[in-house]
Design a protein around this ligand. Structure first.
Ligand code: C2G
Length: 136
């Protein structure tokens, strides 16, 4: 049983997130996702649209995801890898190299991001639509 872990905010779930989760699951048999808590998002300088509970419920409905845990610190990854007996840490390649010190504990794979989509872009596009409608 190959066990995979990945981490993220996963706000306003989109095809880029799904592509990452699908490829992560394809590397093994069991995928754990550490979702950033609202407090940790503040530390990351991110303001999620959906609360932690909502983002957790949405991810738990994704067929590639087997377990969702809270991510409330940068440092928890090493303990998670040990406690959940993780074989591979997977992240999008915008994180390339950042978690290489964890290669002492498990494989670390950085997968290409899906170009042209992000929660931020979705929010910006929706704001533009709203402004266009208000100006009609
Ligand atoms: N992602 C992707 N393609 C996109 C957008 C996101 O592959 N178009 C990936 C990111 O690279 C990341 C995951 O989806 O691996 C989740 O992205 P975010 O929710 O933006 O998470 P992030 O803010 O990168 O948090 O400790 C790690 C952090 O919690 C990661």
């Amino acid at each position: 049983m190959k066990r995979i872990i990945t981490y993220g905010t996963f706000d306003i779930l989109h095809a880029g997130h799904i592509n990452l989760l699908r490829r992560a699951k394809e590397l093994g048999d069991y995928l754990i996702v550490g979702i950033s808590t609202d407090k940790f998002n503040e530390m990351k300088g991110k303001q999620a649209y959906y609360s932690f509970e909502q983002r957790k419920a949405i991810l738990e409905a994704v067929k590639y995801v087997d377990k969702v845990i809270p991510e409330d610190s940068w440092e928890q990854k090493a303990d998670d890898i040990k406690n959940y007996d993780i074989d591979i840490l997977v992240m999008g390649d915008n994180w390339s190299g950042v978690f290489d010190e964890l290669k002492e504990l498990c494989e670390v794979e950085y997968l290409p991001r899906t170009v042209g989509i992000s929660s931020t872009k979705i929010k910006e596009d929706l704001m533009k639509l709203k402004e266009e409608n208000e100006n009609k």
